[in-house]
Design a protein around this ligand. Structure first.
Ligand SMILES: NC(=O)c1ccc[n+]([C@@H]2O[C@H](COP(=O)([O-])OP(=O)(O)OC[C@H]3O[C@@H](n4cnc5c(N)ncnc54)[C@H](O)[C@@H]3O)[C@@H](O)[C@H]2O)c1
Length: 416
């Protein structure tokens, strides 16, 4: 008993001869635990988050700091998530062009053609000096590192698993990005000092089965028609919680069917263009009893203006280091175009621009998450953001088609 010191750490090596032997049970327990550790380490499935490539990259810190530099002291410093997505690339480029400091983050997932994301990076971001970190918003060490390097005034959160129909194929991806990822981001942002203001993309899909038109922010949003819509609605409630408990200033923007150059290949205007050019038959949806399907198509430049003005009008967060110090701004605002256009009209504009007659078949809209009609009331956006969309569908599609033909190989029809 005398050999065992009474106070841990106070060994006197001269007096203490280690005669201690492991009891047999402890030895077996240790061997067993080591075995379990190795089995877990080598056989567990790979993490679903992107590899932390960024932490090892040399020069990464300086590139982030350089990209975050503002033209003047009055400019904002913005972290844009989903920066190589359709809206993210346009928004990040516009912020940078006007003098804001901008850093992007994107996990380059393969929901659609990854080359398109890389080309947006090359043409819209690299060219304008926006550095993009290749990482997932669920990656805590990366996010902590980025927020440690740069004092962001705003976060423009656009990273999400988009698309309504894909939610029936891969529901998990919606939970991982739109719920887990959003909470992860807010957890880190709320604990900063000072806390940045957050502007993020919700969606018109939260109106779900609402039939009152035009859709106003005061209308009910408790009847989502898809898991995508449900995750966006959940995001709005989660945002409210972080505003309420931690004093984060949060603005949620409900985008209505955004289209334009560098757009998303999973959206109808995009794949109709491809199929019309390839002389393939396109399916035109109609609602029950031959009801017309229509969308409030909103041109990308109008959406970007809305995002920038949401950033400019965002009030400061009131909390610091995870503690609320007072009431903070909380907004939910529609960003649409206020003029729904039927799918038939969309196709006839494309036919005119592409100079090709579409082969069409009319089919009943399947019940897989789409809603028959969207129409935005934008009075609040006008009041809060001075938002005034200026591009009608024909003008916007003209720009899209020009981009599409350039991007997919000029006039060579085989490469469309
Ligand atoms: N385009 C529209 O019509 C529309 C309509 C309503 C709402 N929205 C919302 O606007 C935002 C931008 O949409 P978009 O059309 O640019 O979509 P997008 O798919 O082109 O862009 C999203 C980007 O986020 C990235 N991303 C996804 N999950 C991520 C994660 N976990 N970590 C890091 N990056 C991740 C993707 O790689 C992609 O580049 C999304 O939140 C979307 O839900 C878009």
């Amino acid at each position: 008993m005398n050999d065992i010191p009474s106070t841990p750490g106070k060994f006197k090596s001269t007096l203490y001869t280690p005669r201690f032997r492991f009891p047999r049970v402890t030895l077996y327990t240790l061997l067993f635990l080591t075995f379990v550790f190795f089995i877990h380490f080598f056989l567990s499935p790979p993490s679903t988050t992107a590899p932390r490539r960024g932490l090892r990259d040399s020069g990464w810190d300086n590139q982030v700091k350089g990209s975050a530099k503002t033209r003047s002291r009055d400019n904002h410093v913005v972290l844009v998530t989903g920066a190589c997505g359709f809206v993210g690339a346009h928004a990040a480029a516009s912020l940078k062009k006007r003098g804001d400091g901008v850093v992007g983050i994107d996990n380059f997932n393969n929901y659609y053609d990854v080359r398109l994301k890389k080309m947006r990076k090359l043409h819209l971001l690299d060219k304008n000096g926006v550095f993009v970190i290749d990482a997932d918003i669920n990656d805590v060490p990366i996010l902590k590192k980025v927020f440690g390097l740069v004092r962001f005034t705003h976060v423009l959160h656009l990273a999400a698993q988009a698309g309504v129909r894909y939610a029936m194929v891969n529901p998990d991806s919606y939970i991982k990005s739109n719920i887990d990822g959003f909470v992860n981001l807010l957890e880190i942002v709320k604990s900063l000092n000072p806390q940045p203001a957050v502007v993020w993309a919700s969606s018109s899909s939260v109106y779900g089965l609402n039939t009152k038109v035009p859709f106003s922010e005061k209308d009910r949003t408790d009847q989502p028609a898809s898991l995508y819509a449900a995750t966006k609605k959940a995001g709005e409630e989660i945002a409210h919680t972080y505003n309420h408990i931690y004093g984060l200033s949060i603005t949620g923007l409900r985008f209505f069917t955004v289209y334009g150059p560098w757009g998303r290949p999973d959206m109808a205007y995009f794949f109709f263009t491809k199929d019309i050019l390839k002389r393939r038959t396109i399916s035109i949806f109609e609602g029950p009893e031959h009801a017309t399907v229509a969308r409030d198509f909103t041109y990308i430049d109008d959406i970007v203006k809305g995002c920038l003005s949401a950033i400019d009008t965002a009030k400061k967060s009131t909390g610091s280091g995870g503690k609320k110090k007072g009431e903070a701004q909380f907004r939910i605002i529609n960003l649409g175009n206020t003029s729904p256009v039927s799918v038939n009209k969309l196709v006839s504009i494309l036919e005119k621009l592409l100079k090709v007659k579409a082969k069409k078949k009319v089919v009943l809209m399947p019940r897989n998450g789409d809603v028959p009609f969207t129409h935005a009331n934008i009075s609040l956006a006008r009041k809060e953001l001075g938002y005034r969309p200026t591009t009608d569908l024909e003008t916007g599609l003209k720009k899209f088609v020009k981009w599409y033909l350039d991007y997919y190989g000029g006039k060579k029809k085989s490469s469309y």
